[in-house]
Design a protein around this ligand. Structure first.
Ligand code: NI
Ligand code: MN
Length: 224
């Protein structure tokens, strides 16, 4: 049994029988977050790109938990320079970790930190206990999502819907058509005024389709 818990913006904690991982831990300074870095006990930290609303508290959590940051190569280098542990990867590469498999996908976006560019952003295909989760990171809609859908039986797709920086609701609905996940969960909306969206519109747009839309409130969990 795999449990996904939403902690606002693009942050999720995934718990399996034995392990716990966090994705994009933007907690301090996140008006939508319900937890603080000290609350987090995880075996790994996955980060899609260097923007502060995704990298967030990854370095602090890595130090607290003695856990690796799994991210694109250049971003892991940045984190290691700050004293974090890291496992660098890159687009198209997959690796079997003790908690499960992680593969990096493309994401059409940027990746910068306070010291400059940190390579390419990514999305993650995560397989844990036979369940597959696709976290798209920050991205615009792209045609290769069709390939990701063809090559993976996705149990849950976590998709940005906020617009301005990423896909909006209409583009995320097209992404669902390409990915054909069992469940689609919207993310990256309403944290800031510029990404205001009504997530129920996304759910309505999925009616009559084979994918079930689930809006997770902050702190809410979904078991897949
Ligand atoms: Ni971003
Ligand atoms: Mn973002």
């Amino acid at each position: 049994m795999v449990k996904l818990t939403y902690h606002g913006h693009s942050c999720f904690i995934i718990d399996s029988e034995k392990n716990s991982i966090i994705i994009d831990p933007f907690l301090n300074g996140n008006p939508a977050s319900d937890i603080k870095p000290d609350d987090v006990k995880v075996d790994a930290i996955l980060v899609t790109h260097g923007h502060a609303d995704h990298l967030g508290d990854a370095v602090e959590i890595s130090k607290n938990c003695d856990a690796q940051i799994i991210a694109p190569f250049e971003l892991v280098g940045y984190c290691q320079n700050k004293g974090a542990k890291g496992h660098p990867m890159h687009i198209g590469g997959g690796y079997n970790f003790p908690f499960g498999k992680v593969k990096l996908t493309i994401a059409h976006h940027g990746s910068t930190t306070d010291t400059g560019a940190t390579g390419n952003p990514c999305g993650f295909i995560i397989t844990i206990e036979g369940k597959t989760i696709y976290h798209a990171g920050d991205t615009g809609l792209f045609m290769d999502m069709k390939l990701i859908g063809e090559m993976n039986e996705i149990d849950a797709a976590l998709l940005p819907i906020g617009g301005n920086f990423t896909m909006d609701t209409d583009d995320a609905l097209k992404a669902v058509e390409f990915l054909e996940p069992k469940i689609a969960v919207p993310m990256h909306y309403n944290t800031f005024d510029v990404i205001k969206q009504e997530p129920e519109e996304f759910i309505k747009g999925l009616s009559g389709r084979s994918t079930k839309g689930v809006v997770l409130k902050v702190g809410e969990s979904l078991t897949i």
